[in-house]
Design a binder for this molecule. Structure first.
Ligand SMILES: Cc1ncc(CN)c(N)n1
Length: 223
C-alpha cells in the first residue's frame, strides 16, 4: 500500500492474513455475476433496495466517526467530511436508481443480514468506542465495495451496460483514492494504539468481512 513512509501498513497485513475471507467478500458470486454479465436482474434489484436501507444507517455511522475524529483534534477531518459528502451523494444516487428500476423504496423492509449489519453499525455510536476502531471499520466497509465493483469494470468485463454506472460509483479511480486516504488514516491511528486495542480492531475488520459476505448472500438468495 502507499503508506506515509513511516509505519508499515497494519491494514495491508490483515488483508493478507485474512486473504481467503477478503476474497470471499470482494469476489463474491454476486459481483462476479455482474462482471461476467450473468446477473439476474431481480437479484440486482433486491441488492439495490437493501443497500439503500444500509446507506441510511451508514449515515449515522459516518457521523459517529466524524465526531470521534473531531474529539481527537485530528487533521483527518477533511477526509472524513469527504465521506459525509459522498454518502449524501450516494443516497440521492440510490433514489434515482430505484426510480429507474421501478422500485418503491418506501415499501422495502430490511432482511435479516441487513438488520444484523445495522446492529453492528449502531454499536459504534457509543462514546467509549475508539477512533482507531471506528475509522478502520469505515475504511474496510468502503474498500470491500471499491474492490468488488472495481473488478466489474476491469479489463475483460462483460458487465451489462445498464449496470456500469453502479460499478463506476464505487469502482472509480476517485473512490479508490478516497479509500486509500482512509487506509492511511487507519494505519496511522493503529500505529498509536496499544496492542490489545489493535487486536480488537482486527476483530472488527474480520466482522465487517463476514457481514459483507452475508449482505451479498442475502441479496442473492433473500435469506
Ligand atoms: C453493504 C455495503 N457496504 C459498503 C457500502 C459502501 N458505502 C455500501 N453501500 N453497502
Amino acid at each position: 500500500m502507499e503508506g506515509d513512509g513511516v509505519e508499515a501498513s497494519t491494514t495491508a497485513a490483515w488483508i493478507e492474513r485474512h486473504r481467503q475471507m477478503y476474497e470471499r467478500a470482494t469476489r463474491h458470486p454476486f459481483t462476479v455475476s455482474i462482471r461476467d454479465g450473468t446477473i439476474d436482474l431481480s437479484t440486482f434489484k433486491r441488492w439495490l433496495s437493501q443497500d439503500y436501507l444500509f446507506v441510511r444507517e451508514f449515515v449515522a455511522f459516518i457521523a459517529s466517526v466524524l465526531l470521534k475524529c473531531c474529539k481527537q483534534d485530528s487533521s483527518d477531518m477533511e477526509i472524513i467530511l469527504g465521506g459525509v459528502a459522498s454518502i449524501s451523494d450516494e443516497l440521492s444516487w440510490f433514489k434515482n436508481e430505484a426510480a429507474k428500476w421501478g422500485i418503491d423504496l418506501a415499501s422495502v423492509s430490511p432482511l435479516k443480514s441487513n438488520i444484523e449489519y445495522h446492529r453492528f453499525l449502531r454499536s459504534f455510536t457509543e462514546p467509549e468506542i475508539s477512533y482507531a476502531v471506528a475509522v478502520t471499520t469505515f475504511w474496510i466497509i468502503e474498500t470491500v465495495y471499491q474492490d468488488s465493483f472495481g473488478f466489474c469494470i476491469q479489463e475483460g468485463n462483460k458487465t451489462p451496460p445498464e449496470l456500469l454506472g453502479t460499478c463506476q460509483r464505487w469502482g472509480s479511480a476517485e473512490f479508490k483514492k478516497y479509500c486509500q486516504s482512509l487506509q492511511r488514516i487507519a494505519d496511522r491511528s493503529l500505529a498509536n494504539a496499544p496492542a490489545d486495542a489493535v487486536k480488537s480492531v482486527e476483530e472488527a475488520f474480520v466482522r465487517v468481512l463476514e457481514l459483507e459476505i452475508g449482505f451479498w448472500e442475502m441479496s442473492s438468495s433473500q435469506s
